[in-house]
Ligand binder design. Sequence first.
Ligand code: ADP
Length: 155
Amino acid sequence: MRIAIYPGSFDPITIGHIDILKRALEVFDKIIVLVALNPDKKGRFTPEEKVEMIKEAIKDLDNVEVDMYDGLTVSYAKKHNAKHLIRGLRAVTDFEYEFKLAAANSYADNDIDMVFFMARNETSFINSSTVLALHDNGVDVSSLVPPSVMKYLKR
Ligand code: ADP
């Protein structure tokens, strides 16, 4: 069984994340979406809210679980018999960040590898903070995030 972890901030989950997840499900038997708990990165939503939004957004997808973790993603992966971490790539700036992350991860645990999916044209401009900035300024973001996120944004 090929298990992969899809780690991220997911603050909040967007249709860009969901696109990567669906494509990764073509490659892996099971994927755990992992909300990383990073005390240095204070997000808009609490980890519990993020998990709830993700769970509702993926309820029709088979073989996906959602969890949160405050340690190294590679340690979580090892504990859950996953050898791969999934990440998405948008612009060149993503590449630089992900390249360093991959190097740090392999330094921590060389058995875990990272697998990258290229953003599609339609979703390549979407990131969580842009969505929040648009929403905060009165722009309708309902086609950029799943309905479960819209519910939270309307609160
Ligand atoms: P992090 O803070 O760990 O980068 P994010 O939630 O911002 O967490 O992103 C998680 C992963 O999903 C990252 O690899 C990011 O590049 C990828 N990602 C985010 N938005 C998109 C998108 N629109 N298209 C493709 N990949 C994306």
